[in-house]
Ligand binder design. Structure first.
Ligand code: DGJ
Length: 375
């Protein structure tokens, strides 16, 4: 009876709520049930003709940025119309669980592992009641893109291993470096030379904002905002994508980057990030490199137009390759709403490459044919 009723409701909804045929950045984005999509800080995986969008399920009011339900998932064939697939990683009711209700789960990203046939979800985890001090990367696993995802483990990555290109002389710091004044030139130099890498060497490196990237050869990487968000770390994952191999590097030391998102075109990796201003927007940054291991060249702010210095009031989260279309990439960002997180909206814009640099231009409304018009 209950099942019949929900079938009738979703049938009626599909008539009442018209189909989307464009992206309208920053406005309410209704799912196929007519509800604003609730998948913030998200990422997308493509499986057999369907895109799956995973994100933070936010709630209303002050506690809405803590995880009271878990990670949501939506599916779509066309990137415009999304069906709610429910909560695919549920927070735990057990107060002793690391993912107990009220912890912080941010920026979930799912990748498929061809060798194991499993869907692997990585996310940034903060333990309940500890603010942002835990700074952990966590992993969950599922047999299906629709979940359920089972929480496996949380990490401080790269415990006891130096980055691949770390200078021998930086493995020991100077006696008084802890006393340096934050943001002084001496302190910045000490950060660049790995003061915080040394500090967390035994415990494992911090990992806050993050994304995961699977390369053409199947190797996967966690890219995280580490060292108190001052330096990005790129860490290679093991073949099953559940752990770290110990091979890692630092990008833009002391550059203060968050919100990494990455894509690859013609053998070149491009990364878009943000600065660090909490839930407030700031100017995006971009980088490129011929190797995932660097050197990463800084390319400046990719945004153009009004409010470009605020990333159009948003912060990057992911870059979606449009399937079946060579070189079409969509920049995904969040327009956070910390007073009522559930109301946060999404900024999706086409990425153009101009003179070897990614460029994001504001569009009030657009659709996938915009790419061919631009090419
Ligand atoms: C900015 C980050 O990008 C978000 O994911 C979140 O961690 C907020 N900071 C918290 O202030």
């Amino acid at each position: 009876m209950k099942l019949k009723f929900s079938i009738i409701i979703s049938f009626v909804c599909s008539f009442v709520f018209s189909q989307n045929n464009s992206f309208v950045p920053g406005k309410q984005w209704k799912d196929t049930n007519g509800m604003h999509i609730n998948a913030h800080g998200g990422g997308i995986v493509f499986v057999d003709g369907t895109y799956f969008w995973y994100g933070e399920f936010k709630t209303s009011g002050r506690s809405g940025n803590t995880s009271l339900e878990g990670i949501s998932c939506y599916s779509s064939k066309d990137l415009y119309n999304w069906k709610n697939e429910g909560i695919v990683l549920k927070v735990d009711q057990d107060p002793n669980s690391e993912i107990t209700k009220g912890c912080v789960i941010e920026r979930p990203k799912v990748i498929f592992n061809k060798k194991t046939g499993k869907y692997v979800m990585w996310f940034h985890l903060e333990l309940k009641g500890q603010g942002y001090n835990a700074a952990k990367a966590a992993v969950a696993i599922s047999d299906s893109p629709k979940g359920p995802f089972i929480f496996k483990k949380s990490y401080r990555p790269n415990k006891g291993v130096w980055p691949i290109d770390f200078k021998e002389e930086n493995k020991t710091g100077s006696a008084n470096e802890d006393a340096l004044k934050s943001w002084s030139p001496e302190w910045l130099t000490a950060i660049k030379n790995g003061m915080l890498v040394r500090k967390d060497f035994e415990k494992g490196q911090m990992a806050r904002d993050m994304t995961v990237y699977v390369d053409d050869n199947g190797k996967a990487y966690l890219i995280s905002s580490s060292e108190e968000n001052l330096t990005l770390h790129i860490s290679e994952l093991t073949d099953d994508y559940l752990d770290f191999t110990g091979k890692w590097t630092r990008v833009a030391p002391a550059g203060h980057n968050e919100a990494p998102a990455i894509f690859k075109k013609d053998g070149v990796y491009y990364m878009i990030t943000s600065g660090c201003t909490g839930w407030d927007p700031n100017a995006a940054r971009s980088f490129k490199s011929k190797s995932i291991w660097g050197p990463w060249e800084s390319l400046g702010n990719p945004c153009i137009g009004p409010d470009a210095e605020l990333t159009f009031h948003s912060q990057s989260t992911y870059i979606v390759p449009v399937q079946g279309k060579k070189d079409q990439f969509i920049f995904m960002a969040d327009r956070w709403n910390p007073k009522n997180p559930i109301d946060g909206t999404y900024i999706w814009l086409p990425i153009k490459l101009e003179k070897g640099k990614p460029v994001l231009k504001w569009l009030d409304q657009w659709n996938l044919s915009t790419f061919s018009e631009n090419q």
